[in-house]
Structures are given as structure tokens and as C-alpha cells.
Write a protein that binds this ligand. Structure first.
Ligand code: GLA
Length: 695
């Protein structure tokens, strides 16, 4: 029974964790009481108690650990989840408990401002096996006047009271995504956000909090993420009364939403979980949650070849056919033609928006190439960037008003392109029609959906949105992106989609309702990829991580090393395979065959990060099958000056009693492998991949 409703008190229990809150006896505030280990008895959870204000400067609301604080309602100054402006100028919200409703694994708590008839449904969903709680809020205007929502977060998470926490999060920039950062939280508010229209390369809407004593394998970690692909905001606050809380949701920066009478606003999902097994336990829980919810769950990832780093914009039917032949010989299963194939696209100066094949490069359209690729036994995939337009395109010449802009103001291009205003329905219809036509006319199994710039001048041009609120545009854009993508996915269910935004600029749990795979970074140098992929794995399972072997790093890293780095994800080749020698081709063929043999572990295997590439020149990861009857160990050494004493390596996740054979290392019980150190002596820039089998 994951949800206990105990009168005015609720406990959400998962396999190993519990989350509890209730109404205070006197003020009736909905306050948080416990998030952490699951306790033996529901009576063990602390009661919801009234707090006193502190002097005339703080009301009870300031000290309460409110589940979903509103702006207003007395003397309180902490970060709210909801801020509203009413038609009469009042900006004060008093949310009072209305009712609670439990349906299976979902609890809804309705709060309401009675004077203004604004209702907020707090929806809690329990994913017991994965130790994950998912929250969102539904804001319903039941009054007769519109309400301007100036903040509408998804959730606020309270950490156990009184302790000092460290916040771990992901940062980066283009070509350098997924850097792991650790900051001590001190009094005040730490804000992380995106103001770029996408999730962004720069910060990520995810968090890991702990008390400074957690590591990869042990210690308590509270973690979470927001399923949203647009502007988001995370406020981690330590109050002046030693309470630590983290609010997360759609960014209120330059954003507001006008809620007409009877309308509802539904926030994106905020997920969070608790792990007593450190950061490793946190990511295994997130992976277990995400994997079955992907559009094509547990579908083997086809080994792909992508033309980008080989051809750039210089694609045509003959050269692509040639690459396809070489790729097929290696065992590639999916041939993806990247940028450069459509009308007028000879560089990044022109063509975006005109999604028909370029007549000079493909005089008979794409079909001859697709048939050739199919004839070689591979699927065909294609790159598109549907949200974009170059000023030098037929689309822009016909519809210059379709881009994000302000009337009479400059339009800032980036990579020579502007962003189509997906907040407009006519633009969405166009984008849908173009992509639908492409997919309907061709046998396309895979689409790489790219988005190569961030937003500027986010306006509707001369299409004044009145009586709507102009600042809704940020949110409508993303909602409509999801709608267009969702409609395409529904009409073409066999297509596998990849989310790319100049690398990892749109990698989040929101887009993964549509995309199965994510392009982590344009930086494919394996030396950089090792820590980047490791940090990516804190959130995402290996099967969604596209990892290509390219020419980057070929000057000092052996081909086998480059393969081993990519084989821990959805393997691809982006190298110039025409330059590979016969022996390199033979190695590639062998490694691709080996990958196919073990890729069910990429789909379903439980990930253990044994030694971090962030801290060590020798790093190691392993995957173990759900039945614990097999696994695979990856070990890498970059550069370490001699002499070098590698630290001990212990395997994880095996059945202690079962016996496992590791080729070249011997046979031991699971306990033996997990409790005696492995000493592997690798040379600089050497990597090893060890299949593990139960005997
Ligand atoms: C982005 C992507 C690349 C490639 C180019 C094409 O930069 O990240 O992989 O598709 O666009 O223009």
C-alpha cells in the first residue's frame, strides 16, 4: 500500500523511502514532515505541528515547511511555488486545504483561495519500486475574472530539517556539456535556470543533495529532475531558520500565464527520489523509472553511421551511397544522413525551412539513396531542424512574420538562422505538414531532430496575442513543440527520434516522452567523453546516450579505446571510414559484432560506476543484467605518468553466491569479485572490455 491516508496526514511509501506531510492542527497549513528512509510503522513519522512565528518579523508561514507555498498569506518571505495577480490588483494568495483524494498510486491534495476561487491540485504519484515520487500541480481558475500567474512551479522539496547540504548539479556549455559541480548551500537562495528557450547546455534542471557524507556507493542522497524542455528554474534555499528546500518548475523570468475563467494550467512533472546507496543508487533509480517510459522501451539500439563529421554539408547521392556500402560492411544497421541534404543547403547560410531534397545533390529525390541503403540491409535515418529557418530560404521569403521577433526591432541571427514561432498554430501546422510529408513519402526509420541556437527577441511580431498574455510565448512554444512532435510520433510510430540541440542542449525527461535517444555533445573526443558520459549517466541510462566513434582523438587514442568509450551507450560511427585501413576496418567489424552481442545489457543492464573518470586517470564502469547472470566491465586508462599505482577496483551488483567467469581474470563467486580487489595493469591510453558470465 504505497499511500497511507491517515485523516489529515499522508504518507507516500516506496520500497525504501517515505515522504510524509499533513495539515497543522490549528492553522491547517499543509506542511512537510518526512522525506528519507521508510520507517517500520506509520506512527513513526513525525506529526504535522503548528509553528509559532518569530517576533513581529516572521509569521508561522515563514517557518512552516509548506508543501506548496503561495506568495502572500501573511508574514512569509521564502521562495513561493505560486504567485498570482488578480483582476482587482490583489496579489495575495491564501491557499487552504479543500480535500484529498487517493486513487491507487496517486494522491491529489486540493488547496483553494476561497475569495478568488483559485484551486490548486497537488498531484503526487508514487513509483514504489523505483523509490520515485512524481509531482505536478494543476491550477484551476474557478472565478469569473482572468488570473495572471506570475510563477507556477511544479513542486517544492523539503530536506530533513537543520542539516547543512551540498548541492550537486550539471553545468557546461556547447561542446563541453555535463560537467559535475558541487556547491555547499549556505543561507539564502541559489538559483539555477535556463533563459534560452531550451533546457540548455549550461545548467540542468536536476539536483542531488547530501550532507557531505555521501559517495558513489553509500550515504543518503536526495535527488530529482524536472521533465521540461524550455526555460526552467531551480531555487535551492536555506532559510534563516535552518530549513533547506528546493523549488523547481517553469522559469518565471520573463514569463507569465493568463488563466481565463474555467481554464487550467498543468505544470510539468517534477520527479524526486531518495537513495541510501549514494549517487549510484540515485542513478539506478532514475534509470529504472525512465527505461520503461521511453517511446520504444527496451528496443535494441541499432548501430548507426552518421555522415556529419565526414561530409559536413557536402552530401550527395553518390558519396552517401559509397559511405553506406562501407558502413554496411562493418556491420552498421542504420545509415543516417545528417545536415546538407535539403533545398539550397550548401553551408549553414541557407536552406533551413525548405524540407525537400536538394535537386542538384539528389536529382531523383531521396528514394534512390534510401533503396540503396535498404538493399545493403540497413535502415535509413535523416537529420532535420524543423524549428529553424534561414533568412535565405523560400519559407522565410514567404513568411518573414513566422519567426520569433518584435515588430520594428532587429532580428538576431545565430548560426545564420532564426527560430520559427512555434507558439503560433499556423507555424506548428506547417512544421507538422513538412515533417509528415517527408516521413510519409520515404522509408525513414530514424530522425535526428536538431535545434542549433538559443532564443532572442521572443515576441509574436505584429500578431498581438491580446487578450492573452504576451509572455506566455516561452511556455506555449514548448507545449506546441511537444504537441507537434507527439502528433508525428503517433502517426509514424515506428520512427525512432533523437533529440539534439547542438549536442546536449535539449536533454531532459520532458523530451524523452518523444525521443528515445539523446546526442550528448558535439565533442566526441573520447578523453572528454569519459567524464561527460559518466555525468550524463547520473540522470540517463546508457541506452539513450548516443556515442559515436569519430576521428576526434585519433592522433593519440587507439581505435579500440574509441570504440570502448562508445560501446557503453547507443553505439554509432561518425568517423571518415574511407580513411580506415583494412586492419582498422577488421577491428571495427569485430567490435561492432561484440557490441551487438552485449547490447541487451545497454538496454536493460544495471549501471555501476566503479571508478570516476572525473577523479582518476583510470576509470571503470560495469553493467549487470537484471537477473544478475551476466555483465560487462569497462576499464579505461587515459594518461598517467609512471610509476602509477592504480587504486583497487571492486566489482558491484553481482549475486554474492553465484559464480562468475571473467575471461582473462578467472572464476570466483560474486562475493569474491566484489570483496577482493582487481588489479589490472593498463598502459596509457589502453582500455579493456570484459564480459562477465555466470557459470
Ligand atoms: C549540430 C549537431 C551536429 C550536426 C550539426 C549539423 O551541431 O549537434 O551533430 O548535426 O548540427 O548542422
Amino acid at each position: 500500500m504505497p499511500i497511507h491516508a491517515l485523516g489529515r496526514y499522508w504518507v507516500l511509501e516506496t520500497a525504501h523511502s517515505a515522504y510524509a506531510f499533513g495539515l497543522t492542527p490549528t492553522t491547517g497549513a499543509l506542511v512537510h514532515t518526512h522525506w528519507g528512509a521508510r520507517l517500520p510503522d506509520v506512527g513513526d513519522y513525525p506529526p504535522a505541528l503548528d509553528t509559532q512565528g518569530y517576533a513581529s518579523f516572521n509569521g508561522a508561514g515563514h517557518l512552516d515547511c509548506e508543501e506548496y507555498p503561495a506568495h502572500g498569506g501573511g508574514l512569509k518571505y521564502t521562495e513561493p511555488c505560486l504567485k498570482a495577480s488578480f483582476a482587482d490588483g490583489v496579489r495575495d494568495l491564501w491557499l487552504e486545504f479543500e480535500y484529498a483524494d487517493v486513487q491507487g498510486e496517486q494522491l491529489v491534495i486540493a488547496l483553494r483561495d476561497h475569495r478568488y476561487k483559485l484551486q490548486v491540485d497537488l498531484v503526487y504519484e508514487v513509483f514504489a519500486e523505483q523509490d520515485i515520487i512524481r509531482r505536478h500541480a494543476i491550477i484551476h481558475n474557478q472565478g469569473s475574472e482572468p488570473v495572471l500567474l506570475e510563477r507556477h512551479f511544479s513542486a517544492l522539496w523539503h530536506l530533513p530539517y537543520g542539516d547543512a547540504y551540498r548541492l550537486h548539479h550539471l553545468t557546461g556549455r556547447w561542446n563541453d556539456e555535463f560537467e559535475w559541480r558541487t556547491d555547499a548551500l549556505t543561507h539564502g537562495v541559489k538559483v539555477l535556470e535556463s533563459r534560452r528557450l531550451t533546457t540548455s547546455h549550461h545548467h540542468h534542471p536536476s539536483f542531488w543533495l547530501e550532507r557531505g557524507d555521501a559517495d558513489e556507493d553509500k550515504g543518503e542522497v536526495w535527488f530529482g529532475t524536472l521533465a521540461w524542455s524550455g526555460n526552467w528554474k531551480l531555487c535551492a534555499e536555506v532559510t534563516d531558520f535552518a530549513s533547506t528546500r528546493l523549488a523547481i518548475g517553469i522559469n518565471d523570468w520573463d514569463s507569465a500565464w493568463k488563466l481565463a475563467p474555467n481554464e487550467r494550467f498543468i505544470t510539468p512533472h517534477a520527479l524526486a527520489g531518495y537513495s541510501a546507496e549514494g549517487f549510484g543508487g540515485a542513478s539506478r533509480r532514475l534509470h529504472a523509472y525512465l527505461r520503461p517510459r521511453l517511446p520504444h522501451p527496451y528496443m535494441p539500439r541499432k548501430v548507426l553511421f552518421n555522415s556529419w563529421e565526414v561530409s559536413l554539408f557536402d552530401v550527395d547521392v553518390d558519396s552517401q551511397k559509397h559511405y553506406a556500402e562501407l558502413a554496411a560492411e562493418l556491420g552498421v544497421e542504420l545509415f543516417v544522413m545528417d545536415d546538407g541534404w535539403f533545398r539550397g543547403r550548401h553551408s549553414d547560410m541557407a536552406g533551413l525551412g525548405d524540407w525537400t531534397p536538394d535537386a542538384h545533390k539528389f536529382p531523383h529525390g531521396l528514394t534512390p539513396l534510401i533503396e540503396h541503403v535498404k538493399g545493403l540491409g540497413m535502415d535509413f535515418g535523416l537529420w532535420v531542424e524543423p524549428e529553424m529557418v534561414n533568412p535565405d530560404s523560400d519559407l522565410y521569403r514567404q513568411h518573414p512574420d513566422w519567426v520569433l521577433h518584435y515588430q520594428g526591432r532587429p532580428r538576431t541571427t545565430a548560426r545564420n538562422q532564426l527560430i520559427l514561432n512555434l507558439a503560433r498554430q499556423d507555424v506548428c501546422d506547417y512544421v507538422y505538414a513538412q515533417m509528415d510529408a517527408l516521413l510519409s513519402a520515404h522509408d525513414i526509420a530514424f530522425i535526428k531532430w536538431d535545434m542549433n541556437r538559443n532564443a532572442s527577441e521572443v515576441g509574436y511580431g505584429d500578431l498581438l496575442p491580446a487578450p492573452r498574455e504576451a509572455r506566455e510565448i516561452w511556455v506555449r512554444y514548448v507545449q506546441n513543440l511537444y504537441a507537434v512532435w507527439g502528433k508525428l510520433a503517433q502517426k509514424h510510430p515506428h520512427v525512432v527520434w533523437q533529440s539534439c540541440s547542438g549536442g546536449g542542449g535539449r536533454a531532459d525527461y520532458g523530451i524523452l516522452a518523444y525521443a528515445d535517444q539523446i546526442w550528448v555533445s558535439d565533442n566526441t573526443n573520447p578523453n572528454r567523453r569519459l567524464p561527460m558520459q559518466e555525468h550524463f549517466s547520473h540522470l540517463f541510462p546508457p541506452n539513450i546516450m548516443e556515442a559515436w566513434v569519430t576521428d576526434m582523438g585519433e592522433d593519440y587514442l587507439p581505435l579500440e579505446f574509441r570504440f570502448h568509450v562508445s560501446m557503453i551507450g547507443a553505439l554509432g560511427i561518425g568517423a571518415n571510414i574511407t580513411r580506415w585501413t583494412a586492419s582498422e576496418r577488421a577491428s571495427a567489424k569485430r567490435l561492432i559484432a561484440q557490441y551487438k552481442h552485449m547490447r541487451h545489457l545497454i538496454e536493460r543492464g544495471t549501471l555501476y560506476r566503479l571508478r570516476s573518470a572525473r577523479q582518476h586517470t583510470e576509470s571503470a564502469l560495469m553493467l549487470v543484467s537484471p537477473q544478475q547472470d551476466e555483465g560487462v566491465l569497462f576499464v579505461y586508462r587515459t594518461y598517467a605518468p609512471q610509476p602509477n599505482n592504480p587504486s583497487a577496483l571492486y566489482l558491484r551488483g553481482l549475486n554474492p553466491e553465484a559464480r562468475y567467469h571473467i575471461e582473462g581474470l578467472g572464476t570466483k563467486t560474486g562475493a569474491g569479485w566484489m570483496h577482493t580487489p582487481l588489479s589490472l595493469s593498463l598502459g596509457n591510453f589502453e582500455s579493456r572490455l570484459y564480459p562477465i558470465r555466470q557459470v
